[in-house]
Design a protein around this ligand. Structure first.
Ligand code: NAI
Length: 340
């Protein structure tokens, strides 16, 4: 099909992003864990993204149905389903972006760290396959605990000799999405215009929204900022409790995952000034991995941006989160180097 028909067809108009006169390169996106609570709506959103030409949906089971279903949507990408480990290589081959929402989610009363034992092993296996089949892909890690699964991925890639810190991302976009929504609600500003950086990590107090840098400005009291910060940090738990044992955030996470993957694709395609927060290898603090604003480009991370001016409350939050984040990072590194 011609580029023109791709960008002017009525079915893609909702997500058209101003590429009408430019060539849209072929891009393959693989979703690992595609039959899950996040995986299915995320696959749907990636099918709606006109930057994607090939969509590979992988899970240990149930992918044929999801792939058949999604493949009937009349948008650009071809959809392929892969089921079971024997098909993982084919799913990954030639992928530009690999999104990983594979693994178990939280139940009420659980922390993200409680998922470590199961998800660490899943992430390890998937990253070994990525190193083998698509070592240059941008990896978007959604599986929790992100504070540990990203360091695990880095270690696995190092062992395979394929590690490129510019290509590994912990997806913290849901924290940003939540911070924007809650800030707009409290500050009575239009939600679509809101920007709030969220830094640190992706669990409890390691999630540090920087409301002092939020735009547009809203006149919020210290008490309101404290409440907003806590609500952002506990946003995941709010959903886990509301779902009462039926999982954690899936729909809002799929949206956030789709926003982040879209930013990665735009960066790969050479769009300018693509900036999103992400948990990446970093020298912004003394911790080896840290979430902050990141400029995305043709090679993945183009630039890890600094924190900017912090309020006293945020400075305090930053110091408080460091020991927990450090220990989650170390736990991931230790796991990856323990398992042979
Ligand atoms: P889910 O249980 O509904 O789906 C997980 C899927 O992963 C299942 O379809 C399962 O078959 C698949 N899976 C398990 N082992 C696999 C393997 N070795 N290879 C490929 N697929 C495999 O869980 P849900 O709700 O989709 O959550 C997935 C993960 O995302 C959890 O770890 C959860 O904690 C995390 N999460 C992360 C968020 C973030 O902001 N980064 C937000 C919400 C959830």
């Amino acid at each position: 099909r011609s580029i023109k028909s791709l960008t002017t067809s009525s079915s893609s108009h909702i997500l058209r992003r101003g590429y009408a006169s430019e060539a849209v390169p072929d891009r393959k996106v693989a979703v690992l864990g595609a039959a899950g609570g996040i995986g299915q709506p995320l696959a749907l959103l990636m099918k709606l993204n006109p930057l994607v030409s090939s969509l590979a949906l992988y899970d240990i089971a149930n992918t044929p149905g999801v792939a058949a279903d999604i493949s009937h949507i009349n948008t650009r990408s071809e959809v392929y389903g892969y089921s079971g480990e024997a098909e993982l290589g084919k799913a990954l081959e030639g992928a530009d972006v690999v999104i990983i929402p594979a693994g178990v989610p939280r139940k009420p009363g659980m922390t993200r760290d409680d998922l470590f034992n199961i998800n660490a092993g899943i992430v390890k296996g998937l990253c070994e396959a990525i190193a083998k089949h698509c070592p240059h892909a941008l990896v978007n890690m959604i599986s929790n605990p992100v504070n540990s699964t990203v360091p695990i991925a880095a270690e696995i890639f190092k062992k395979a000799g394929t590690y490129d810190p510019k290509r590994l991302f912990g997806v913290t976009t849901l924290d940003v999405v939540r911070a924007k929504t809650f800030y707009a609600g409290k500050g009575k500003v239009p939600v679509a215009e809101v920007n709030v950086p969220v830094v640190g990590g992706h669990a409890g107090i390691t999630i540090l929204p920087l409301f002092s840098q939020a735009t547009p400005k809203a006149n919020l009291s210290d008490a309101e900022i404290t409440a907003l910060t806590k609500r952002t940090q506990d946003g995941g738990t709010e959903v886990v409790e509301a779902k009462a044992g039926k999982g954690s955030a899936t729909l809002s996470m799929a949206y956030a995952g789709a926003v982040f993957a879209d930013a990665c694709l735009k960066g790969l395609n050479g769009a300018s000034d693509v900036v999103e927060c992400s948990f990446v290898q970093s020298t912004v603090t003394e911790l080896p991995f840290f979430a902050s604003k990141v400029r995305l480009g043709k090679n993945g991370v183009e630039e890890v941006l600094g924190l900017g001016p912090l309020s006293d409350y945020e400075k305090e939050g930053l110091e408080k989160l460091k020991p927990e984040l450090q220990s989650s990072i170390e736990k991931g590194i230790k796991f990856a180097n323990q398992v042979v």
